[in-house]
Design a protein around this ligand. Structure first.
Ligand SMILES: Nc1ncnc2c1ncn2[C@@H]1O[C@H](COP(=O)(O)OP(=O)(O)O)[C@@H](O)[C@H]1O
Ligand SMILES: [Mg+2]
Length: 279
Protein backbone atom coordinates (compact mmCIF):
# COMPACT_ATOMS: atom_id res chain seq x y z
CA UNK A 1 0.00 0.00 0.00
CA UNK A 2 1.46 3.37 -0.89
CA UNK A 3 1.94 6.02 1.75
CA UNK A 4 -0.24 8.68 0.10
CA UNK A 5 -3.22 6.41 -0.13
CA UNK A 6 -2.62 5.26 3.41
CA UNK A 7 -2.38 8.84 4.65
CA UNK A 8 -5.61 9.89 3.00
CA UNK A 9 -7.36 6.89 4.51
CA UNK A 10 -5.86 7.60 7.88
CA UNK A 11 -7.19 11.14 7.78
CA UNK A 12 -10.79 10.29 7.08
CA UNK A 13 -12.24 9.99 10.56
CA UNK A 14 -11.66 11.15 14.08
CA UNK A 15 -10.27 7.82 15.11
CA UNK A 16 -7.86 7.80 12.24
CA UNK A 17 -6.79 11.36 12.95
CA UNK A 18 -6.01 10.10 16.40
CA UNK A 19 -3.74 7.43 15.01
CA UNK A 20 -1.97 9.97 12.84
CA UNK A 21 -1.54 12.27 15.79
CA UNK A 22 0.12 9.48 17.70
CA UNK A 23 2.57 8.33 15.12
CA UNK A 24 3.45 11.39 13.05
CA UNK A 25 6.80 12.97 12.31
CA UNK A 26 10.44 12.30 12.93
CA UNK A 27 12.91 14.21 15.00
CA UNK A 28 12.58 15.78 18.38
CA UNK A 29 12.76 19.50 18.09
CA UNK A 30 12.55 21.54 21.22
CA UNK A 31 12.89 25.17 22.07
CA UNK A 32 16.11 26.28 23.65
CA UNK A 33 15.99 27.12 27.38
CA UNK A 34 15.90 30.85 26.73
CA UNK A 35 12.54 30.27 25.08
CA UNK A 36 13.53 31.78 21.77
CA UNK A 37 11.97 30.10 18.82
CA UNK A 38 15.28 29.01 17.42
CA UNK A 39 14.65 25.31 17.48
CA UNK A 40 17.46 22.94 18.14
CA UNK A 41 17.30 19.32 17.24
CA UNK A 42 18.08 16.72 19.79
CA UNK A 43 17.84 13.00 19.36
CA UNK A 44 16.37 11.97 22.64
CA UNK A 45 17.90 8.50 22.22
CA UNK A 46 21.30 10.06 22.79
CA UNK A 47 20.16 11.57 26.03
CA UNK A 48 22.50 10.84 28.92
CA UNK A 49 21.89 13.64 31.45
CA UNK A 50 19.78 11.89 34.08
CA UNK A 51 17.52 8.92 34.47
CA UNK A 52 14.39 10.99 34.95
CA UNK A 53 11.80 10.19 32.31
CA UNK A 54 9.04 12.56 33.37
CA UNK A 55 8.63 15.33 35.89
CA UNK A 56 5.48 17.37 36.40
CA UNK A 57 5.32 20.54 38.48
CA UNK A 58 1.89 21.86 39.47
CA UNK A 59 0.42 20.42 36.29
CA UNK A 60 -3.19 21.55 35.81
CA UNK A 61 -5.79 21.02 33.13
CA UNK A 62 -9.02 22.96 33.07
CA UNK A 63 -11.69 22.17 30.47
CA UNK A 64 -13.93 25.12 29.70
CA UNK A 65 -17.22 24.96 27.85
CA UNK A 66 -19.79 27.79 27.57
CA UNK A 67 -21.20 27.24 31.04
CA UNK A 68 -19.02 24.72 32.82
CA UNK A 69 -15.43 24.80 33.94
CA UNK A 70 -13.97 21.45 34.97
CA UNK A 71 -10.65 21.22 36.77
CA UNK A 72 -9.63 17.78 35.54
CA UNK A 73 -6.13 18.00 37.01
CA UNK A 74 -5.23 20.25 39.88
CA UNK A 75 -1.55 21.10 40.44
CA UNK A 76 -0.17 17.60 40.09
CA UNK A 77 3.54 17.19 40.85
CA UNK A 78 5.42 13.91 40.56
CA UNK A 79 8.33 12.21 38.83
CA UNK A 80 8.81 8.98 36.95
CA UNK A 81 12.28 7.51 36.58
CA UNK A 82 13.38 5.57 33.54
CA UNK A 83 12.57 1.89 33.95
CA UNK A 84 9.69 2.38 36.40
CA UNK A 85 6.30 0.68 36.18
CA UNK A 86 3.74 3.05 37.67
CA UNK A 87 0.01 2.43 38.06
CA UNK A 88 -2.41 5.36 38.26
CA UNK A 89 -5.65 4.58 40.10
CA UNK A 90 -8.71 6.49 41.20
CA UNK A 91 -12.48 6.75 40.69
CA UNK A 92 -14.06 7.47 37.33
CA UNK A 93 -13.72 11.14 36.37
CA UNK A 94 -10.80 11.86 38.72
CA UNK A 95 -8.48 12.86 35.85
CA UNK A 96 -6.58 9.66 35.03
CA UNK A 97 -7.02 9.81 31.25
CA UNK A 98 -6.41 13.57 31.26
CA UNK A 99 -3.12 12.97 33.04
CA UNK A 100 -2.12 10.25 30.58
CA UNK A 101 -3.00 12.48 27.63
CA UNK A 102 -0.79 15.23 29.02
CA UNK A 103 2.10 12.85 29.71
CA UNK A 104 1.68 11.41 26.20
CA UNK A 105 1.81 14.91 24.69
CA UNK A 106 -1.60 14.42 23.16
CA UNK A 107 -2.87 17.52 24.91
CA UNK A 108 -1.28 20.60 26.50
CA UNK A 109 -1.74 21.54 30.17
CA UNK A 110 -3.56 24.74 31.15
CA UNK A 111 -0.72 25.58 33.54
CA UNK A 112 2.28 24.01 35.21
CA UNK A 113 5.37 22.35 33.87
CA UNK A 114 5.96 19.04 32.15
CA UNK A 115 9.50 17.84 31.63
CA UNK A 116 10.08 14.91 29.30
CA UNK A 117 13.67 13.62 29.47
CA UNK A 118 14.71 16.98 30.94
CA UNK A 119 13.07 19.05 28.20
CA UNK A 120 10.27 21.43 29.13
CA UNK A 121 7.52 20.39 26.73
CA UNK A 122 4.31 21.89 28.16
CA UNK A 123 4.24 24.72 25.64
CA UNK A 124 5.17 22.59 22.64
CA UNK A 125 3.13 23.02 19.50
CA UNK A 126 1.46 20.00 17.96
CA UNK A 127 4.21 19.36 15.48
CA UNK A 128 6.87 19.36 18.17
CA UNK A 129 4.77 17.12 20.38
CA UNK A 130 4.27 14.71 17.49
CA UNK A 131 8.02 14.68 16.88
CA UNK A 132 8.66 13.66 20.42
CA UNK A 133 5.82 11.14 20.68
CA UNK A 134 6.77 9.30 17.57
CA UNK A 135 10.20 8.24 18.74
CA UNK A 136 9.60 7.89 22.43
CA UNK A 137 6.06 6.93 23.35
CA UNK A 138 3.82 3.95 22.62
CA UNK A 139 0.12 3.95 23.53
CA UNK A 140 -2.22 1.14 24.53
CA UNK A 141 -5.92 1.90 25.01
CA UNK A 142 -8.87 0.14 26.61
CA UNK A 143 -10.68 -0.13 23.26
CA UNK A 144 -7.55 -1.15 21.30
CA UNK A 145 -7.87 1.72 18.73
CA UNK A 146 -6.73 -0.41 15.81
CA UNK A 147 -7.60 0.72 12.29
CA UNK A 148 -10.31 -1.64 11.10
CA UNK A 149 -9.44 -1.27 7.39
CA UNK A 150 -5.82 -2.30 7.90
CA UNK A 151 -4.79 -5.86 8.63
CA UNK A 152 -2.66 -6.86 11.61
CA UNK A 153 0.63 -6.45 9.77
CA UNK A 154 -0.35 -3.02 8.41
CA UNK A 155 -1.59 -1.77 11.79
CA UNK A 156 1.70 -2.67 13.43
CA UNK A 157 3.68 -1.30 10.47
CA UNK A 158 2.08 2.15 10.69
CA UNK A 159 4.39 3.74 13.31
CA UNK A 160 7.39 2.60 11.26
CA UNK A 161 5.96 4.19 8.12
CA UNK A 162 5.63 7.48 9.99
CA UNK A 163 9.24 7.10 11.12
CA UNK A 164 10.30 6.82 7.49
CA UNK A 165 11.75 3.32 7.88
CA UNK A 166 12.27 1.38 4.65
CA UNK A 167 10.08 -1.49 3.56
CA UNK A 168 12.36 -4.45 4.23
CA UNK A 169 13.37 -3.18 7.66
CA UNK A 170 9.68 -2.57 8.45
CA UNK A 171 8.82 -6.11 7.50
CA UNK A 172 11.58 -7.51 9.65
CA UNK A 173 10.63 -5.40 12.67
CA UNK A 174 6.91 -6.12 12.35
CA UNK A 175 7.50 -9.86 12.04
CA UNK A 176 9.79 -9.80 15.03
CA UNK A 177 7.26 -8.07 17.26
CA UNK A 178 4.35 -10.20 15.98
CA UNK A 179 6.34 -13.30 16.91
CA UNK A 180 7.06 -11.84 20.32
CA UNK A 181 3.36 -11.09 20.89
CA UNK A 182 2.44 -14.54 19.55
CA UNK A 183 0.09 -13.14 16.94
CA UNK A 184 2.15 -13.83 13.81
CA UNK A 185 -0.33 -16.44 12.56
CA UNK A 186 -2.98 -13.69 12.39
CA UNK A 187 -0.87 -11.18 10.45
CA UNK A 188 -3.23 -11.07 7.45
CA UNK A 189 -6.41 -10.85 9.53
CA UNK A 190 -8.34 -7.65 10.11
CA UNK A 191 -9.01 -6.39 13.66
CA UNK A 192 -12.70 -7.33 13.60
CA UNK A 193 -11.75 -10.93 12.79
CA UNK A 194 -9.84 -11.17 16.07
CA UNK A 195 -10.85 -11.70 19.68
CA UNK A 196 -10.43 -8.83 22.14
CA UNK A 197 -7.34 -10.46 23.60
CA UNK A 198 -5.78 -10.84 20.16
CA UNK A 199 -6.63 -7.24 19.26
CA UNK A 200 -4.93 -6.00 22.40
CA UNK A 201 -1.84 -8.08 21.61
CA UNK A 202 -1.76 -6.37 18.20
CA UNK A 203 -2.16 -2.99 19.91
CA UNK A 204 0.75 -3.79 22.24
CA UNK A 205 2.79 -4.88 19.20
CA UNK A 206 2.01 -1.55 17.53
CA UNK A 207 2.93 0.33 20.72
CA UNK A 208 6.35 -1.33 20.97
CA UNK A 209 7.39 -1.85 17.34
CA UNK A 210 9.35 1.42 17.20
CA UNK A 211 11.03 0.55 20.50
CA UNK A 212 9.72 3.50 22.55
CA UNK A 213 11.19 4.45 25.91
CA UNK A 214 7.76 4.96 27.46
CA UNK A 215 4.51 3.05 27.19
CA UNK A 216 1.30 4.73 28.33
CA UNK A 217 -1.57 2.32 28.85
CA UNK A 218 -5.09 3.52 29.66
CA UNK A 219 -7.04 0.65 31.26
CA UNK A 220 -5.40 -1.88 28.89
CA UNK A 221 -7.34 -4.83 30.32
CA UNK A 222 -10.65 -2.95 30.73
CA UNK A 223 -12.34 -4.77 27.83
CA UNK A 224 -10.73 -8.17 28.34
CA UNK A 225 -11.71 -11.29 30.27
CA UNK A 226 -9.38 -12.22 33.09
CA UNK A 227 -7.30 -14.75 31.11
CA UNK A 228 -6.65 -12.32 28.26
CA UNK A 229 -6.15 -9.48 30.71
CA UNK A 230 -3.52 -11.53 32.49
CA UNK A 231 -1.75 -12.19 29.21
CA UNK A 232 -1.60 -8.46 28.40
CA UNK A 233 -0.30 -7.72 31.90
CA UNK A 234 2.41 -10.35 31.42
CA UNK A 235 3.42 -8.69 28.15
CA UNK A 236 3.61 -5.25 29.78
CA UNK A 237 5.57 -6.75 32.65
CA UNK A 238 8.09 -8.36 30.29
CA UNK A 239 8.50 -5.07 28.43
CA UNK A 240 9.16 -3.32 31.71
CA UNK A 241 11.71 -5.96 32.69
CA UNK A 242 13.53 -5.34 29.44
CA UNK A 243 13.80 -1.64 30.30
CA UNK A 244 10.68 0.09 28.98
CA UNK A 245 9.11 2.59 31.35
CA UNK A 246 5.38 2.00 31.81
CA UNK A 247 2.65 4.24 33.17
CA UNK A 248 -0.67 2.45 33.32
CA UNK A 249 -4.11 3.67 34.33
CA UNK A 250 -6.16 0.89 35.86
CA UNK A 251 -9.26 0.22 37.91
CA UNK A 252 -8.00 -3.23 38.77
CA UNK A 253 -6.29 -3.84 42.10
CA UNK A 254 -4.92 -7.03 40.62
CA UNK A 255 -3.36 -5.32 37.60
CA UNK A 256 -1.89 -2.66 39.86
CA UNK A 257 0.13 -5.35 41.65
CA UNK A 258 2.28 -5.59 38.51
CA UNK A 259 3.38 -2.01 39.05
CA UNK A 260 6.20 -1.05 41.37
CA UNK A 261 4.47 2.14 42.43
CA UNK A 262 0.83 3.20 42.61
CA UNK A 263 -0.31 6.81 42.34
CA UNK A 264 -3.85 7.42 43.61
CA UNK A 265 -5.75 10.34 42.11
CA UNK A 266 -8.88 11.93 43.53
CA UNK A 267 -10.61 15.00 42.10
CA UNK A 268 -7.61 15.81 39.93
CA UNK A 269 -5.07 15.60 42.74
CA UNK A 270 -2.59 12.99 43.90
CA UNK A 271 -3.77 11.72 47.27
CA UNK A 272 -1.29 8.91 47.97
CA UNK A 273 1.66 7.11 46.47
CA UNK A 274 2.52 3.52 47.38
CA UNK A 275 5.74 1.75 46.49
CA UNK A 276 6.50 -1.90 45.81
CA UNK A 277 2.95 -3.15 45.33
CA UNK A 278 4.13 -6.58 44.19
CA UNK A 279 6.05 -8.85 46.53
N1 LIG B 1 -12.45 17.11 26.53
C1 LIG B 1 -13.07 17.36 27.67
N2 LIG B 1 -13.93 18.41 27.78
C2 LIG B 1 -14.56 18.69 28.94
N3 LIG B 1 -14.40 17.98 30.08
C3 LIG B 1 -13.57 16.93 30.03
C4 LIG B 1 -12.86 16.55 28.84
N4 LIG B 1 -12.10 15.46 29.10
C5 LIG B 1 -12.31 15.16 30.40
N5 LIG B 1 -13.18 16.04 30.95
C6 LIG B 1 -13.63 16.05 32.35
O1 LIG B 1 -12.47 16.02 33.17
C7 LIG B 1 -12.66 15.16 34.28
C8 LIG B 1 -11.60 14.06 34.25
O2 LIG B 1 -11.85 13.22 33.14
P1 LIG B 1 -10.93 11.95 32.80
O3 LIG B 1 -9.52 12.38 32.83
O4 LIG B 1 -11.44 11.34 31.55
O5 LIG B 1 -11.23 10.99 34.05
P2 LIG B 1 -10.90 9.45 34.29
O6 LIG B 1 -10.04 8.97 33.17
O7 LIG B 1 -10.24 9.41 35.62
O8 LIG B 1 -12.23 8.75 34.32
C9 LIG B 1 -14.09 14.64 34.18
O9 LIG B 1 -14.92 15.46 34.97
C10 LIG B 1 -14.40 14.80 32.71
O10 LIG B 1 -15.78 14.97 32.52
MG1 LIG C 1 -10.34 7.44 31.74
Amino acid sequence: MDLLRLNSRVETSWKKKWQKLIFETQTLIHLNPAGSNIARVKLINNHTQSNKMIETKNLSKIFRTDEVETTALNRVSFQVEEGEFVAVMGPSGCGKSTLLNLLGLIDNPTSGQLLFLDSEVSAFREKQRANLRKRNIGFVFQNFNLIDELNVFENVELPLIYLGIGKSERKQKVHQVLERMQIMHRRNHFPLQLSGGQQQRVAVARAVVANPKLILADEPTGNLDSANGEEVMMLLSQLNESGTTIIMVTHSQHDATYAKRIIHLFDGQIVTENFAAKT
